[in-house]
Design a binder for this molecule. Structure first.
Ligand SMILES: [Zn+2]
Length: 281
């Protein structure tokens, strides 16, 4: 049974028998949205990164007929922790949670697990390391992948946006304004930007989708962040629009649907994929 023939693409809205039917008929692909609950400046809700992951996963699942696991609402956000509303996991906790969720999915036969991250660079090290270890040590039969706007939108982001894009920037707010317009405080959008070069000596780029310096990853604490950004926003958001959000979002959904198509035909580097009868129950 394809996910599109079931009452929902969300595992949390299905019965176990409906999930079982999907596992017997489909190619056992599942999407896992991963986000954060962290401050997103004066105009964005604290759950913005999770809404990004939810929107991408749900639209891909509906079009491709695959299932989605319940989203991870918490991520690696300690550097935003000086702003109220931020709720963070420690990096090692996030890795443990991801491993347990993936173990549970794999136990019942999901053998292609695609994490869809909405938090860009700050979640990626934990997510990628967690599943790389799991694949190496426990679940060699499962193909793991980690998708993120940083990579999915690489070719189009610069053409869509009008400003530099960093935390709480024009593109991520536009995507949520397109998908969940009531969540963006359009009267609180800002032209303000933090002075990256003044703060980081020219070693940290100020545009996640633009040209940057030959750089160094400089680590900062929540207290330092609160000192260098008064309202939590890093780059201007005044140019937010539903049209920009739709173009950015649709491109990423298209690309992820292509990835799901490829996953369906994937036979693995050793030439075969376990058949349903062999899947661990
Ligand atoms: Zn964000």
């Amino acid at each position: 049974m394809s996910g599109s023939q079931l009452p929902s693409v969300w595992i949390n809205e299905l019965t176990w028998q409906e999930v079982d039917a999907y596992l017997r008929r489909e190619s056992r692909i599942v999407l896992l949205p991963a986000g954060t609950t962290e401050q997103h400046g004066p105009a964005g809700p604290c759950g913005l990164d999770t809404y990004v992951a939810i929107a991408l996963a749900e639209d891909v699942a509906r079009r491709s007929g695959v299932l989605v696991a319940p989203p991870l609402w918490y991520g690696d956000s300690s550097h935003h922790g000086a702003f109220p509303g931020t709720i963070t996991l420690r990096t090692e906790t996030l890795m443990l949670v991801v491993r347990d969720v993936c173990r549970s999915l794999a136990r019942h036969g999901f053998d292609r697990i695609v994490i869809i991250n909405g938090h860009k660079g700050a979640n990626l090290p934990a997510l990628t390391s967690a599943v790389r270890n799991l694949h190496e040590e426990e679940l060699p039969q499962v193909l793991f992948a980690v998708a993120d706007p940083l990579h999915l939108a690489r070719s189009v982001a610069a053409r869509i946006k009008d400003a530099r894009e960093h935390h709480s920037g024009e593109l991520e707010l536009s995507e949520i304004y397109h998908k969940f317009p009531h969540l963006i405080r359009t009267d609180r959008l800002t032209h303000e930007a933090i002075d990256f070069d003044g703060i980081f000596g020219g070693f940290v780029g100020n545009d996640l989708f633009g040209p940057g310096p030959d750089g160094v990853e400089v680590v900062w604490s929540s207290r330092e962040q609160r000192a260098f950004t008064a309202d939590g926003s890093f780059t201007p958001s005044a140019g937010v629009s539903a049209d920009k959000g739709k173009r950015y979002h649709d491109h990423m959904v298209d690309r992820l649907c292509q990835f799901v198509d490829w996953l369906r035909s994937y036979r693995g580097p050793i030439g075969r994929v376990p058949q349903p009868a062999e899947a661990p129950r």
